[in-house]
Design a protein around this ligand. Structure first.
Ligand SMILES: [Ca+2]
Ligand SMILES: [Ca+2]
Length: 319
């Protein structure tokens, strides 16, 4: 009995010591402090509307570090036909180039070994779409839908494209461009003393008395429009819409210049409607909307540093 008592006391004492050692071990051991790499959160894909030009992202708003260490960044960009990027400290500047998608990968580190973390997000620059199709009563209307590329490669039925210069030095393709962007025209003209025109031959003379020329435009930029022609001295810079009879001048023709329209720059589509009776004489012909065989637009002037550039849609004659 006595021996058993000693044993039980010994076991009790041993248990007590083990518990005490355990307690002491817990209270003496400091919590593990392991330097953690930075953590990304909330850096999502980004969709930007055309015309945004530049967009800034401060990565400091999307990265945390347990120790609050100074974070440094590196970035890569997969498609420079969509955007270009530059990094200053933690601030990324995205610069618009064209429609499409590009992946940006950002690497962040707190400077400790193996602490580089990466995050990839996609930047999408939306394509510019044309104006809604004209819903009024149109006598003739070109909406440019369903075509893409150069108008040289994509003849629109009944729609001609030509260009020339005073001395014939340039081909039409060299002096500017009229591109089809899915559903509208993109017109750029950037060589002085040259001109390009696009026009539509109608099915003989049409009586458009009382009707209006109309079109939608957006992103209009141009040097000061002079109201004079490319063959004037000094050479002019302007754009005109025009109509002429099917025999090219036996009956009549009219023109109306953009220099008289006060067009403004906007990413939104804006409509222009001008009564044919308000047109001025083309080639000293009488303005006669009762015999319209051709309608068109002619562009001249502009330079590489100051081009004429705009988008055009829903081009035609309406009630
Ligand atoms: Ca850290
Ligand atoms: Ca269109």
């Amino acid at each position: 009995m006595k021996r058993k008592k000693y044993l039980s006391q010994f076991v009790f004492l041993l248990s007590f010591i083990i518990v005490m050692i355990g307690c002491e071990k817990d209270s003496d051991d400091p919590p593990p402090v392991v330097n953690q790499p930075p953590v990304f959160s909330g850096l999502n894909d980004l969709t930007l509307s055309p015309g945004f030009e530049t967009h800034e992202i401060d990565f400091a708003n999307f990265v945390t570090d347990q120790e609050g260490e100074i974070i440094t960044y590196q970035v890569t960009n997969t498609d420079e036909t969509v955007i270009t990027i530059s990094l200053a400290g933690s601030v990324l500047t995205i610069t618009e180039v064209g429609p499409g998608s590009s992946d940006i990968t950002v690497t962040a580190t707190d400077g400790n070994e193996d602490h580089e973390v990466t995050e990839t997000f996609t930047v999408t620059v939306e394509a510019i779409t044309g104006a809604p199709d004209y819903s009024g009563n149109a006598a003739v209307m070109v909406d440019f839908n369903g075509l893409e590329g150069s108008v040289f490669d994509n003849p629109i039925p009944g729609w001609l494209f030509e260009g020339n210069t005073a001395d014939g030095e340039y081909n039409a393709t060299d002096i500017g461009s009229i591109m089809l962007e899915e559903d509208h025209l993109v017109i750029t003209h950037n060589v002085e003393v040259t001109y390009i025109w696009s026009e539509m031959e109608l099915d003989g003379n049409q009586d458009y008395t009382g009707k209006k020329f109309r079109f939608d435009y957006s992103f209009f930029t141009a040097p000061n429009l002079t109201g004079t022609h490319w063959e004037d001295d000094p050479p002019g810079v302007d754009i005109q819409i025009y109509f002429v009879d099917a025999e090219w001048g036996d009956i009549g023709g009219g023109q109306y210049r953009f220099s008289d329209m006060n067009l403004t720059y906007s990413a939104d589509w804006q409509a222009v409607e001008i009564p044919l009776s308000d047109f001025e004489s083309l080639w000293e012909l009488p303005v006669d909307p009762s015999a319209v065989g051709v309608i068109g637009i002619e562009v001249w002037g502009g330079t590489a540093s100051s081009p004429i550039s705009f988008r055009l849609d829903n081009f035609g004659i309406v009630d």
